[in-house]
Design a protein. Sequence first.
Length: 327
Amino acid sequence: EKSRVSLDCICGHISILSSIYTKFLCVSPQTLLSEKVGQMMDWASKRAVIRLNGEKFRRFVRAPPRNYSVIIMFTALQPQRQCAVCRQADEEYQILANSWRYSSAFTNKVFFALVDFDEGSDVFQMLNMNSAPTFINFPPKGKPKRADTYELQVRGFAAEQIARWVADRTDVHIRVIRPPNYAGPLMLGLLLALIGSLAYLRRNNLEFLYNKNVWAFSALCFVLIMTSGQMWNHIRGPPYAHKNPSTGQVSYIHGSSQAQFVAETHIVLLFNAAVTLGMVLLHEAATSDMDIGKRKIMCVAGIGLVMLFFSWLLSIFRAKYHGYPYR
Ligand SMILES: *[C@@H]1O[C@H](CO)[C@@H](O)[C@H](O)[C@H]1NC(C)=O
């Protein structure tokens, strides 16, 4: 293999002298390219995501000639690395790679690969990379540009988002096909069955359906879930929190208004719920016919809850939306 590479370099010179020598003695760049493409196709036929170590990375991604793009996930999947985000991202990446591999549009234009830190730490060093997972597109010609690094923090690692970025960088449009997931429908069915049987058991006494509090509470839960950004999480699939690899500090709040962590939505949901509880207490204090002492306590507790949690909400907002004037 080594001699072939060095032959390659002198090939150009020899071919000027004699095209016959080129034909019989040298491996022309064209032959090398088709061998590389053939090898990549061979690997891709075995598994949708090709595993590269340092040597393979240099030969099939770094070194020219190349006429294919390689999307690489740099990751740390070994259990002792304790990278939970890596495993989640890997699942999505496999879904995307499989969608491409088994699509009728599959060509040798784009390959999906991964470099694990424990198999290719030299590659991490060479690229000066210190966080995982990272997705980089290596275009057929030239070095990766800025936009060839996927903005994981902003876009999350849902397969659909990565597919959009891949389409952007390589012009290959991949329709993500997820393996069917029966858990959702099953849960819904169970819930409906439960409600149905409850209603059947209490068919003579359906009073609870007219209970205002039950409806108010359900509506409130729905509103809290929707306003805290669970739907965004569902679509974008952001990480739960971010651990800074160099300082070991964990941040639960994303520093920009363009993105959020799952932990952040839980915090916001909790704070919104506390503000709401404070409001309900204030309302009860004003309208209920309990004795005056209890109502005073409710009033003070309500004001406390609203003030405390609303200020915390504001400071989270300030941290994300730089330049917001109020505190
Ligand atoms: C790249 O080059 C190889 C060898 O010439 C060829 O078989 C393959 O189709 C080319 N790929 C693309 C995407 O043009």
